[in-house]
Write a protein that binds this ligand. Structure first.
Ligand code: PEP
Ligand code: MG
Length: 572
């Protein structure tokens, strides 16, 4: 029997299934007896204390060997002690007389509903953390102990995996992850990708079909799971699994190296970051090619103060030292909303008041961020980048605003370092006047995710138009090629920081078009550097010429795949 789902982290695995079924709380909607409120409150306080103790033990056990995982539990401690949630729970117990378990369940539900409304994957990840903490609290409330993960190699099959489940995974023993829920940006997918564990998610009915101990062969590239493979099939999968493991090791070996093409052309490889947690990968990158600062603003009820922003920006700049940190100013709107600012509902939010436009209409928010950034510029190489720029008017207005903030800081005797000002090229209208734009900025970076969305007129979040969102559309490559020429002509740096920049399939064509700076998530660094080392500039340029001659996305894809298969030895 073969099951299918969505392969979200590539690889092959053959092994025994382990069905993971953690405690699932099902509290009843019930009031406590009048006068019992105090008792329920004490019980809740004891539960939070026990939860904090459990989390502390987990955190300490991981701190030395896996500080990244330890941070998950530190974040969970913050949720347990969160003032707003605790107030809400105590209010439900003391004023509304709900039993403690129902109060915990519903108070967390309120917060979860708020978080789930945001489509941003980073925030969605936070929802999984809240869900996880709620499950822990209720498990302790009912006096149940936790579920341990096995310590021998297994393929985990679960309905869903929450952050503490994935944190408990040992990357050396988990051969693959299968789950009924979850898409490409779910927490399970993000963890699996960062650990290099093959994962197939969204397999409907998975738990009805599998049992612990059953043999399975997973092909996460195809998104398929073959149950009870016969000996011959298992042997084929095993050989493919060995190849996959070797491949992963060689990619990891490239991560810490400088990136060159086979004939020695140096390619600058930058890191895309969302918060200070991503700094663990700082040693493997030449720069921060994209710092998505909006993460600091999201999932909270108040705007971050100038001081809070300054501390974070300074930390990132200091960590990168002389290497540039491309700090993108607030990119809110579209699918990303803020709880701290009431924004009018728009019919077409992606075409509405988002990013730089929103900063223009809320100058006090923009001003605070620019003040914090310019103050932090003393501590490193700040490249300030403006998102959603559509015209030279936008560039001029933003530069004037930034200049004003700089003068204001200087008049206060507050030191500013030197910094560069640049733009994201993610609206076709600015790409088409790239030459003129290049004259007015110090640098630019292509946001291929949005550029593709606006070029193809297909909402990047809407699965029903996914087939119209064509990342291989020849028009996109032509536009990138023209933009590269414009910036090269002006002698100004140009990067690509959208998903294409970290895609080994797209990288040779981008280099062939003249791109010399790529920025990507940490997981892509090793693979991209290895890809770069596998072709010469002449081969890449020939590929780019072929791509520019294509008329359809399918033709482009065929050329890119053929190039990848031949390891760059495409005939000219
Ligand atoms: C992009 O649009 O390509 C980009 C990098 O920005 P974001 O994905 O944050 O919109
Ligand atoms: Mg964008």
């Amino acid at each position: 029997m073969t099951l299918t789902g969505r392969g979200v982290s590539s690889g092959i695995a053959v092994g025994k299934i382990y069905v993971y079924s953690p405690f699932k709380p099902e509290p009843k909607e019930s009031l406590c007896e009048p006068g019992e409120e105090g008792e329920q409150r004490s019980r809740y306080e004891q539960v939070t204390k026990n939860a904090l103790d459990e989390l502390e033990t987990l955190k300490l056990s991981l701190e030395k060997d896996d500080p990244e995982k330890a941070k998950i539990f530190a974040a969970h401690q913050d949720i347990v002690t969160d003032v707003a949630i605790n107030e809400e729970i105590l209010n439900k117990i003391l004023n509304e007389r709900w039993c403690g378990d129902w109060a915990i369940f519903t108070a967390y539900e309120q917060f979860l509903r708020m978080i789930r409304r945001v489509k941003d994957p980073l925030i969605a990840e936070r929802a999984a953390d809240f869900e996880d903490v709620r499950r822990r609290l209720l498990r302790i409330w009912y006096g149940r102990s936790g579920t341990a993960m096995p310590d021998s190699p297994v393929i985990i099959a679960a309905h869903d995996l929450l952050p503490s489940d994935t944190a408990a995974l040992d990357r050396n023993t988990v051969q693959a992850i299968l789950a009924e829920t979850g898409g490409a940006t779910s927490h399970s997918a993000i963890i699996a990708k960062s650990y290099g564990i093959p994962a197939v998610l969204g397999i409907s009915g998975l738990l009805d079909c599998v049992r612990s101990g059953q043999l399975a062969a997973v092909d996460a590239d195809e998104g398929s799971v073959l149950l009870d493979p016969d000996e011959a099939s298992a042997a084929v999968y095993k050989r493919r699994e060995a190849r996959f493991r070797k491949d992963r090791e060689t990619a990891a070996a490239f991560r810490g190296r400088e990136a060159f093409t086979a004939d020695g052309v140096r390619i600058d490889t930058g890191l895309n970051i969302a918060d200070a947690g991503d700094l663990d990968h700082a040693d493997y990158a030449d720069s921060v090619g994209l710092f998505r600062t909006e993460f600091l603003y999201m999932g909270r009820d108040t705007l971050p103060s100038e001081e809070e922003q300054f501390v974070l920006y300074r930390k990132v700049l200091e960590r990168f030292g002389k290497r540039p940190v491309t700090l993108r100013t607030l990119d809110i709107g579209g699918d990303k909303t803020l709880a701290s600012v009431r924004l009018p509902v728009e019919d077409n939010p992606f075409l509405g008041n988002r990013a730089l436009r929103l900063c223009f209409s809320h100058p006090e928010i923009f001003r605070t961020q620019i003040r914090a950034s310019l103050r932090a510029s003393v501590y490193g190489e700040l490249w300030l980048m403006l998102p959603m720029v559509g015209s030279l008017d936008d560039i001029r207005e933003a530069k004037e605003f930034i200049g004003g903030v700089r003068r204001e800081l200087e008049s206060e005797g507050c030191p500013c370092g030197s910094f560069k000002t640049g733009i994201m090229i993610e609206i076709p209208s600015i790409a088409l006047v790239a030459e003129e734009a290049a004259a007015e900025v110090d640098f630019a970076s292509i946001g291929s995710n949005d550029l593709c969305q606006y070029l193809c007129a297909a909402d990047r979040m809407n699965p029903s138009v996914a087939r119209y969102y064509q990342s291989w559309h020849p028009g996109l490559f032509r536009l990138i090629g023209e933009t590269v020429k414009a910036f090269a002509g002006a002698g100004k740096p140009l990067c690509i920081c959208g998903e294409l920049g970290g895609d080994p399939l797209a990288v040779p064509a981008l280099v062939g078009l003249g791109m010399r700076k790529l920025s990507m998530g940490a997981a892509a660094l090793g693979r991209v550097k290895r890809t770069l080392a596998g072709f010469t500039l002449a081969q890449a340029e020939e590929l780019a010429r072929q791509v520019l001659r294509c008329a359809t996305a399918a033709e482009v894809e065929r050329h890119l795949k053929q190039f990848a298969l031949q390891g760059g030895n495409e005939e000219s």
